[in-house]
Design a protein around this ligand. Sequence first.
Ligand code: SF4
Length: 293
Amino acid sequence: MARLVDRLPENADGELFVDASCIDCGLCRQLAPGSFVRLDRAGMSIVARQPTNDAEALRAKMALVSCPTSSIGSRSKVPLADAIGAFPEPLGDEIYFCGFASESSFGARSYLIRRPEGNVLVDSPRALPRLLDRIEALGGVRWMFLTHRDDVADHAKLAKRFGCTRVLHTNDITADTRAVEMTIDGDEPTSLDHDLLAIPVPGHTRGSTALLFRDFALFSGDHLFASESGDELHAYRSVCWWSWETQKRSLTRLLAFDFEWVLPGHQGRMRAPSREVMREQLRAAIDRARRVL
Ligand code: SF4
C-alpha cells in the first residue's frame, strides 16, 4: 500500500501519487504514459499529470492495480473494479496483456495468447483470483511458457488453478521450478504446436528461451527489449546475468525467423509494419549490442 508520508514531492498535486517504494519497473509509464513519467533524479516514476477524463483515469487506475510494489496510491478511496476488470487487456491478434506484475519478477510483463488449440500464458502475473477468473472466461490456460528463470512469479498457483503444462528450459530449472511439466533441452528450436516455436536464446540466463507465435509475435523475455517508446530494440549488457557473448550470438540467430511484433518481459513493446522492417530493427539492435564488450 502506497504511503502518503512517503509521497515523492515531484508528484503533480492531486488524487494520485507514487511513493518512494517504486522500483522503476516502468509498468505505470507503459499503461498510462499520459499520467506517469520517470523521475531521473530518483530513478522512480511520478505522477506528472493527474488524469483529466474518464479514459485517463481508467488507465491510471490500471497502473495502480498492476504496480508490483503497490507504490501508486490515492488520497481518497477510489473504486478499482473497472481497472481490475480491464485485464487481461486485448492488444490485438488474440494477444492479451495480463497486467498485475509481481515484485519477485521485478514487474515483468506476462501475456495470454488465445488460440483454438488451447491458450498460452507467457510468464507469470500475480495470481490475483479476479484476474484468474477472467483468464478462465477467456478459455483458461493449456500451456504456461516460462521465458527464463527470473519471471516465473506465481507459476505454481497458476498451474494448480488451470492444470496447464509449464514449459521451461532445462538450464533454467531451479528448486522452485523443478516440478514443471515439460522442459526444453539444447539450443535448437522446438515446436510446441503448429503455431508455437520455442527458440532457445541463451545469454541473459543460460536457459533463456523466446516463444514465436504464428511467425508473427515474438515473446522475448529478457533477451531482447523494446524501448519504452517502442521505437528501438535493445539487449543490455548491464542485465545479462550469464554470458554477453552468447547473448549476442543468440540475437543474431533470431535473424533467421520472421516476426513483426516483439513483446518483451520489461520496458516497451515494438510492432513493426512488416517482417522486413522488424528485421532491420533487429539488425540495428545487434549492431548496438556488438559495440558493447
Ligand atoms: S509500476 Fe510501480 S514500481 Fe513500476 S515504475 Fe510504476 S510506480 Fe514504480
